[in-house]
Design a binder for this molecule. Structure first.
Ligand code: 2HG
Ligand code: ZN
Length: 462
């Protein structure tokens, strides 16, 4: 051990697993943003809640900042450790602890990957319904820290809806237990909900009791080709009126270009400017008939130009890959990402303004639009041209984001729909939350984390 503080850490927590190899510091010190150079002090991998508490108490005694770490699939820099922080990885705390068939709850450790949570729920004949492409690598603790959304929010809501209880190690090392699995609990402030989406700035989630539901109905997947952005919300309304939607996602021809180059299969003979992939309940003939009726109505109106319905599970997965593969397909271009939302009713007007702004601002950049349009959530990925320097590219994107933030402010939207504020969106927090709210956030942080050691510099500065 080079840094003497680590000797005191091992003294405070004998047997704690620590990593200090440069490759580990790099691996655990960054998330998917790749914008900041990782520079953590060390990586602590506690094997129990008591060890998490011991590490946090040591951090308080030695005034060392702590960055909680799950799967680090975040896109906002929330898990970045670039300033000598101790990374506290939850990866060894990855087990299911308890299933309660009567309550329909599953209690898990925070480091459990989302996909493992899905599998555990399925083994009990039930479903944990929050889902998105990073399911295999992200952890449930990280999902809770960002109130993760994903592709089924339209039907099931965000992570927030599915947490019945939490155990959290607060900034002072104290173990707190919130809500304890209760459905009804009107006994004062709901700290569980406060913790969800707090991005590790108040404490470290170590355990969660998750609500489970009946498995989804039999579904089909439909891919639709659209002529313009303007008809998108009309198609959405036509489908939502007639069917039970499990997902309704949109993307552009640029997205198809990149995912196809990355191996996804494209089913149409021609290309179109816009696409929707929707999954809907199709357990019986009525479900199928409703889907066809919606499709035909949209064709008649000229809102849809082509369509294909999955005929098998394999084909459903192929269609989904066109949407779910986008982030991975774009990763090598190190895109600048916007993750914004407005109310669904405001979407048509917002889309028009956003399109005019972005189209004018980046005339020569490859801009890929996609997202959870049924939730009012748009992802805009701007790809860095090879001949533009990192600094110039970032400067231009930040300038446009400032303008986009002003539009969002007018529409009462959010600068981060589901990825979190982290470091990336911190300069724009005030477009979404007013000064009084941010002052309250600071007060809350002070109450849970008096020394300001929990993921400092994320969401807002003290
Ligand atoms: C998605 O919806 C994720 O696929 C990632 O939220 C979005 O890469 C992105 O910008
Ligand atoms: Zn998303």
């Amino acid at each position: 051990m080079t840094d003497p503080r680590l000797d005191t850490l091992l003294h405070a927590c004998p047997g704690l697993r620590l990593k200090t190899d440069p490759a580990d510091l790099e691996h655990y010190g960054r998330d998917w943003t790749r914008r900041w150079a990782p520079a953590p002090l060390a990586i602590a991998l506690p094997g129990s809640v008591e060890e998490v508490q011991a590490v946090v108490r040591w951090a308080n005694q030695n005034t060392v900042a702590v960055v909680p770490s799950g799967g680090r699939t975040g896109l906002s820099g929330g898990a970045v450790a670039a300033n000598g922080e101790l990374v506290l990885s939850l990866e060894r705390l990855n087990k299911a602890l308890d299933f309660n068939a009567v309550d329909r709850t599953l209690t898990v450790q925070a480091g459990m990957p989302l996909e493992a949570v899905h599998n555990a729920a399925r083994e009990h004949g039930l479903q944990y319904p929050v889902d998105f492409a990073a399911r295999g690598s992200c952890s449930i603790g990280g999902n809770i820290a960002t109130n993760a959304g994903g592709i089924r929010v339209i039907r099931y809501g965000n992570t927030r809806e599915w947490v019945a209880g939490l155990k959290v190690v607060a900034g002072n090392g104290e173990l707190l237990e919130f809500n304890k699995g209760l459905i009804k609990n009107s006994s004062g402030y709901d700290f569980r909900q406060l913790m969800i989406g707090s991005e590790g700035t108040l404490g470290i989630v170590v355990e969660a009791t998750l609500k489970l539901v009946d498995p989804p109905p039999a579904t089909n997947v439909m891919l639709l080709a659209l002529p313009s952005f303007e008809v998108l919300m009309q198609v959405f309304s036509a489908f939502r009126e007639r069917m039970q939607l499990e997902a309704f996602e949109f993307f552009t021809d640029r997205a198809v270009h990149h995912v196809s180059a990355h191996g996804a299969q494209y089913p149409f003979a021609e290309t179109y400017p816009y696409y929707v992939v929707t999954e809907y309940a199709a357990a019986d003939e009525a479900g199928e008939a409703a889907a066809l009726a919606a499709f035909e109505h949209c064709m008649e109106q000229g809102w849809v130009l082509d369509g294909v319905i999955s005929a098998s599970e394999a084909q459903a997965q192929q269609l989904w890959r066109l949407r779910e593969g986008i982030t991975e397909a774009l990763a090598r271009y190190r895109p600048y990402k916007n993750d914004v939302s407005v109310r669904i009713s405001a979407m048509p007007a917002f889309l028009a303004e956003a399109q005019a702004l972005i189209g004018g601002a980046y005339p020569h950049f490859d801009v890929v639009w996609f997202g959870h349009i049924g939730d009012g959530n748009l992802h805009i990925n701007v790809l860095k041209p090879e001949d533009t320097s990192d600094a110039e590219f970032l400067g231009q994107c930040e300038h446009v984001t400032k303008l986009l933030a002003q539009v969002l402010h007018r529409f009462h939207g959010s600068i981060s729909a589901e990825h979190g504020i982290g470091l990336v969106k911190k300069p724009y927090l005030s477009s979404t939350r007013d000064a009084a709210e941010i002052a309250l956030m600071r007060g809350v942080k002070q109450a849970f984390d008096p020394l300001g050691l929990m993921n400092p510099g994320k969401v807002f500065d003290l």
